[in-house]
Design a protein around this ligand. Structure first.
Ligand code: ZN
Length: 516
């Protein structure tokens, strides 16, 4: 697997600081990037912020601060997720200030124009600023936005339009054939259904007045500003220097092998319909995969700023550690269907899996190697009898992880690794190394206990490797615990704190509660 792999998150609006829903997406993208690097692929992982939306302008007006000040402050909060969430992104683009962005948007615009796909027309519609999109009456629920439950504003103006209707057949073919892969399948069907319903041309600009002068001016038409989605989607190529002539564009996009977008279900249409159509029009290759996640709720309520129950991922990571937070996001959130977050669930999952299941296993195995072999790693040629299931779990895990991550199924991927932990713990109980040690002292040969310890330590080392994309910090501790650098393993040390006891001590009180 040495294909060049490019992975992106959506770029969030910066009208507020990051919430847990974005943490889910960026942790998922991080897992894909780390996984591919471990398998030897050259990887580029991009994230960033959508600074140019009207929503940001309105948030700044509400706060009474200049737009620049608000977007700079909030964009910094997104970039600062890196450490608390243990992220490994290679690049971070900001659409309002990155010198690579505007020339790329302009080039994309000119390319669509040259294809004859842009035209001006008078337009009337209903616009949700929260979504930054127009809605038809049929799409509204009781006259309200299906995402926000708010009434869209009537807008009437002369705008530039993109001839999306021209691309209906082509898009259908690309998605149905899998040339542009949309996962999971239910999301692919949703896109196909939308395309089959008929694609209408869509507005790709707004007046300077309505945008308050914020955003990228339309090339050759300074009275108009490029529609924020046209502008935002372009970040996936502008960050690679599409408009500035950098080699990165050739390396990771035009000549790259895998171009993967991770997104939430609410912006599927923009990524699986509008974006590929714009690229087709501009003569630019399409993404190869779009992986779609569902939403998180918190204590049963939708996660959004307006609903007042934002959960701060930085505060959660500070209280429980990046391992516990990442593990909940990756292990608990299903492929389909919204997942409900509570601090209790995070704590329970961490204690049960990390402290009890994984931490105990590694600790026990290292302690036994010390107790029975003075810390020296025993050699063994064969798999001991009774260890078939553990050996099979170890053998199958890497392939299963590959398969699951290919389609963005993080729960299935972690389950494959978790099978090793379960089988290893079972094997400790079944093989009873302490009795083998007793038998040795009574004169039995050492081969059986050597083989048992060697297999268990091998399983722990494999966990250190296979968990690295999911739990980078913990995996490094496991690897260090199982490495016999000077001929002996280091003394066993606990790998994970028990969160339950932190909570008893009042340390975690209040984390994850509705912000009010
Ligand atoms: Zn909306």
């Amino acid at each position: 697997m040495t294909e060049r792999f490019y992975v992106t998150t959506a770029i969030p609006f910066v009208n507020a600081t990051p919430h847990l829903g974005f943490a889910l997406e960026i942790v998922q993208a991080d897992v894909l990037a780390r996984h591919q690097r471990r398998r030897g692929a050259p990887v580029r992982f991009l994230t960033g912020t959508d600074d140019n939306s009207l929503k940001n302008v309105q948030a700044a007006e509400a706060e009474g601060v200049p737009v620049r000040e608000l977007v700079d402050r909030n964009a910094a909060a997104f970039a600062a997720l890196r450490e608390p969430l243990a992220l490994s992104f290679d690049d971070f683009i900001r659409t309002s200030s990155d010198p690579r962005h505007r020339p790329g948007v302009e080039r994309l615009w000119r390319a669509c124009e040259a294809s004859g796909d842009l035209y001006r027309k008078h337009y009337q519609g209903r616009y949700c600023v929260g979504c930054e999109q127009f809605y038809t009456d049929a799409e509204l629920v009781g006259g309200r936005c299906p995402e926000h439950g708010t009434e869209p504003q009537p807008v009437e103006e002369e705008n530039w339009f993109f001839r999306l209707s021209r691309y209906q057949r082509r898009l259908r073919e690309l998605i149905a054939s899998g040339a542009l892969r949309v996962e999971p399948a239910s999301r692919r069907n949703e896109v196909l259904g939308f395309i089959d319903g008929g694609l209408e041309d869509f507005s790709v600009s707004r007046s300077v007045a309505r945008s308050r002068g914020w955003g990228v001016p339309v090339p050759g038409d300074p009275g108009q500003v490029v529609y924020v989605w046209f502008d935002a989607l372009a970040n996936y190529v502008t960050a690679l220097g599409y408009g500035t002539g950098s080699d990165d564009y050739q390396r990771w996009w035009a000549g790259g092998d895998r171009r993967v977008h991770l997104i939430g279900k609410g912006i599927l249409r923009f990524h699986a319909v509008y974006w590929p159509a714009l690229l087709e029009s501009a003569g630019v290759p399409l993404p190869t995969s779009i992986l779609v996640h569902d939403y998180l709720t918190v204590e049963g309520r939708k996660l959004s700023k307006s609903s007042g129950n934002v959960v701060d991922p930085v505060a959660l990571a500070a209280r429980f550690g990046s391992d516990a937070l990442r593990w909940w996001l990756l292990r608990e959130v299903p492929r389909l269907g919204d997942a409900d977050f509570t601090v209790e669930r995070l704590a329970a999952r961490s204690d049960e899996d990390l402290a009890n299941g994984l931490g105990n296993l590694v600790n026990r195995v290292v302690a036994m190697v010390h107790r029975y072999r003075q810390g020296r790693v025993p050699c063994a040629a064969a798999v001991p009898t009774g260890a078939e299931r553990l050996a099979a779990a170890c053998q199958r895990a890497p392939g299963l992880v590959d398969e699951a991550l290919e389609v963005g199924d993080f729960r299935r991927a972690t389950a494959a690794v978790w099978a090793i932990v379960e089988e290893a713990n079972r094997f400790v109980e079944a093989s009873r190394p302490w009795e083998l040690a007793k038998a040795e002292r009574a004169g039995a040969p050492p081969e059986r206990l050597d083989a048992v310890l060697a297999l268990l330590l091998g399983a722990c080392r494999l966990l250190g490797e296979e968990l690295a994309p999911f739990l980078p910090a913990a995996a490094a501790r496991i690897a260090a615990q199982c490495a016999a650098g000077s001929g002996r393993l280091p003394e066993p040390a606990p790998l994970f704190p028990r969160i339950g006891s932190l909570e008893d001590a009042g340390v975690a009180a209040g984390a994850g509660r509705p912000a009010g």
